[in-house]
Design a protein around this ligand. Sequence first.
Ligand code: RET
Length: 272
Amino acid sequence: MATETLLEEVKGLMADLVADPAPVKEAPYHAAHITSFGHACLCVGFVCMFLSSCYFIKQAMSRSRKDRTFEMLTFFITAIATLAYLVMAAGHGFIRNRTRQPLYYARYIDWLLTTPLMIWDVLELAGVGGYQIFITVTLDALMILSGLVGGLLIRHQVRWGFFLFGMVFFAYVVHDLSVHMSSNKFGSAAQQVYCKVVRLTIVMWTFYPIAWVLTEGTDLLGANSAALLYTILDVISKCVFGIIIVSNRAALDAVYNTKEGYDQVQADGGKL
Ligand code: RET
């Protein structure tokens, strides 16, 4: 009798297993995505980056091939951002991480590629050597990667560890940019532009970790506010930054001419 009951129970269990599996419960998340307002912000970001790119490439083409380093660098910066904004405005380039906002990894890919170019662009104005540029650019890349990993680990407190590492790298970048403010290698016009751009960069870049804390960090702001905030920051940091550099022809000419002078001296020296 006991064996029969046992058999019945096993049969019942087998039948349960074959029947429909229990529905997998979706982990709850605050369904969140940008609305038409957030979408409009991303579209505005795309238009600003696109128009700035057109201006920068036009300026680059108006110069001789060897004298367009700044114009081309500045063009690449906004051209990459144009693509990133297009991807985001088209509704891609994000993952859901169960917070009030999607995590736009497209933003981080953009920053990872463009902030090193921005640092290169600006340090070139002060005549900083290749090795120092490489160090500052690498610290900058580590800063962005820390923010991305922290954003991905949103449900874990260790994200604040990554944020702190990001802040340390940021402090080094700020330090490396500010030490060259007194450098007058290419004359006062270039120095003035350098100081102006570095001040703008330091002030604007300081808002990014604040925005990160309010969005990815603590989830205080929603998806639309994040889109608005980052669009304003990106447009000022990239477009205004680029316009200041590219429109200061006198400063750029001083850099190009001084470099040509060095090349000439080296070439003459080689002949002797
Ligand atoms: C993160 C979080 C980790 C700590 C710090 C950050 C700083 C990011 C910065 C981004 C700058 C982006 C720019 C984009 C232009 O389009 C990664 C947010 C310090 C400074 C200039």
